[in-house]
Design a protein around this ligand. Sequence first.
Ligand SMILES: Nc1c(N[C@@H]2O[C@H](COP(=O)(O)O)[C@@H](O)[C@H]2O)[nH]c(=O)[nH]c1=O
Length: 157
Amino acid sequence: MTIYFYKVWQPYGCFSNFSPHPIEIQSTYWPTVEHYYQAQKFVGSEDEVIIPLIHRAATPEEAAALGRCDKHRLRLDWELVKIQVMREAVLKKFLTHLEIREVLLVTGNEVLVENSPTDYFWGCGTDKTGENHLGKILMSVREEIRQLLSLSISKSA
Ligand SMILES: Nc1c(N[C@@H]2O[C@H](COP(=O)(O)O)[C@@H](O)[C@H]2O)[nH]c(=O)[nH]c1=O
């Protein structure tokens, strides 16, 4: 059965990038995946000064609003790198936080779908035809973690 998630307070809210699970990437702590993802939009761009503001944003909603503000110029390669940026952050989140890693693994081989009513790229959109890249990343991270765990079990045997 397909598992839908979206808001943090709904079922499977820990799959949302807005969930309060900090990650450390290249020696910097980010309060949520969303903070990290929004900040990466500006690395090397003319509007790089916004990065510390996103980093300090009190909530992921605020980080997203800053990152989505169309007055700021995105890095030129953003469309090419954004899926990889997201995957790195999501993988780090589920490697760091054991309790939500368990929630992810227990979903087995179910299809995971970000049930965003507006986002047809990361989610499925209102009519469920969206590309669901966040769900796809979660499923591929689930598989990678399973392989990492089976390697570490066979090494210790
Ligand atoms: N979960 C969730 C959202 N979805 C998240 O929004 C991000 C996409 O941002 P952008 O590329 O700037 O459009 C991505 O992390 C996606 O998972 N958006 C929301 O406004 N509220 C929310 O609770």
